[in-house]
Each structure stands twice: as structure tokens, then as C-alpha cells.
Design a binder for this molecule. Structure first.
Ligand SMILES: Nc1nc2c(c(=O)[nH]1)N[C@H]1C(S)=C(S)[C@@H](COP(=O)(O)O)O[C@H]1N2
Ligand SMILES: [Mo]
Length: 238
């Protein structure tokens, strides 16, 4: 049930995650070993999947991931982003509100912890730092929690990480609006961290007093997800 490819009820995902956790715990989390465990476990699932939902390959080098099979389609007109918690001015922002803010562009690789990497992806959107500035963060705040409108996925960053210039509330990627499959209309992009931090279908940002482990992190992934310095992997940093 817990592979990055949705396979409801399959025991294989659990095995993968436990394997990763065990390697980490034993201090022998060698990237290639973890990768081989993941590949071995996931390959047969890919072949077996008949829903088409779990591992779409759209041709841009990304694999399409979701932990649930039904995610609402929100249009540009109906999309809303709730920003709240330890802030002076909680806000509910429409896509137009986000588009009216300063747009920041980034061209960076995207790296999934299971091994695939897409080079030189073009991203643009609102710097999370700018959004936090707009709502005014309380001095007691230490972290930011993100929730997806898929109803399941969540993530967090420390406040310091959230304020990095390479963390975007992305409105565009691959030279177009963020597509539904890629988490549109709005997703997060955390350039220096593995893909699981880049939450899709972003619905809510809550400023909080401590980091809460996200969906994958409750299933064994590292909370500090630096590319090349976590999850037992040695990838080139982004
Ligand atoms: N809501 C949501 N966000 C998510 C995920 C997910 O399953 N659900 N998967 C994460 C993982 S593990 C990766 S690698 C990327 C994949 O992004 P893509 O589907 O656009 O390729 O999304 C991340 N964000
Ligand atoms: Mo991932």
C-alpha cells in the first residue's frame, strides 16, 4: 500500500518502506542498495498495474505519483489556497491572487528518492518566502505544514527552509500552467530536496511551532530530505 506508485492493498510497498527503514536504522543505508530494493519491489507492480492511474509516464521524464486514486479537479476559477496558523493576516488566496504576486523563475532538476531525475525543469510561481512575508509570520513560529486537497498528502519544512529562495509555490512548470497530473493548478517545488517534499494539489499552508513528519515520512522517509544527503542516497545536489 505504501509505494510511491499507488497500489492499494499490496504488501510490497510496506516491504519497501520497511527495507528502507531497516537499512537506515542499521546505519548501512547505501544508496545503491536502497535503490535496488526499491527497483526490485516496484518493477513487478508497474508491469501489473492496469488502472493507468498509478504510474503514468507523460513523456516529460516525470512519473506521475499520487497516494490516492481520486483527486478533485480544481479549475483556475475554483482553486483556493488557505494560508493560516501562526500568522498576522490569515488569507484565502485565489489563483488570480497568486498570479498577481511577484513571480519567480527557477530552472532546476527534479529528483525522486526512488532514483529518477528530470534535468533542467523550468518552474515559476510565488516564492514561499514572499507568501509568508505577505501574511506576517509570528515570532513563535518554527515550521510550515502543507496539505494537499487530495485529502491525504501532507508535508512540512522548517521556517528557515521555507524561506529559501529555491522554494516555490509553483503555478507553472515545463513551460505551461502546472497540469492536473503534476498537481495543478498549484503545487510546491522544493528544489534542494527529494520530490516527496514537493506536494501536489496544494490546498493549505499552516504556519506552526514545530515540524510534523509528512505522509512519506511517517512511512520511513527522512524528514530532512536534502538531495544527496538523506535517505541513504548519494545523488548530486540540486
Ligand atoms: N499530493 C501529493 N503530492 C506528491 C505526491 C503524492 O503522492 N501526492 N508524491 C510526491 C513524490 S514522491 C514525488 S517524486 C513527486 C512526483 O511529482 P510528479 O507526480 O509531478 O512527477 O510528487 C510528490 N508530491
Ligand atoms: Mo518521489
Amino acid at each position: 500500500m505504501f509505494t510511491e506508485n499507488v497500489v492499494e492493498g499490496s504488501p510490497v510497498g510496506r516491504r519497501v518502506v520497511l527495507a528502507v527503514a531497516a537499512l537506515g536504522a542499521a546505519g548501512v543505508a547505501v544508496g545503491s542498495v536502497v535503490q535496488r530494493a526499491l527497483d526490485n519491489a516496484v518493477a513487478p507492480l508497474r508491469a501489473r498495474d492496469t488502472t493507468g492511474l498509478t504510474n503514468l509516464i507523460p513523456g516529460d521524464g516525470f512519473q506521475i505519483y499520487t497516494v490516492t486514486s481520486s483527486v478533485p479537479h480544481l479549475s483556475a476559477a475554483t482553486y483556493q489556497l488557505k494560508v493560516h496558523g501562526l500568522v498576522n493576516e490569515p488569507a484565502t488566496l485565489t489563483l488570480a491572487d497568486l498570479e498577481a504576486m511577484k513571480q519567480t523563475e527557477l530552472t532546476r532538476d527534479f529528483q525522486c528518492v526512488t532514483g529518477w531525475r528530470v534535468g533542467g525543469v523550468h518552474w515559476s510561481g510565488v516564492k514561499l518566502a514572499d507568501l509568508l512575508e505577505r501574511v506576517g509570520v509570528h515570532s513563535t513560529a518554527r515550521a510550515v505544514t502543507f496539505r494537499s486537497f487530495d485529502g491525504f498528502y501532507d508535508e512540512s519544512l522548517t521556517l528557515e527552509e521555507a524561506r529559501r529562495p529555491d522554494v516555490l509555490v509553483a503555478l507553472r512548470m515545463l513551460n505551461g500552467p502546472v497540469s492536473y497530473d503534476h498537481g495543478g493548478p498549484v503545487r510546491l517545488y522544493v528544489a534542494p530536496m527529494y520530490g516527496y517534499k514537493s506536494i501536489k494539489w496544494l490546498g493549505e499552508i499552516e504556519v506552526v511551532d514545530q515540524v510534523a513528519p509528512g505522509w512519506w515520512e511517517r512511512r520511513g522517509y527522512d524528514v530532512e530530505a536534502w538531495i544527496g544527503q538523506s535517505n541513504g542516497r548519494s545523488d548530486r545536489p540540486v
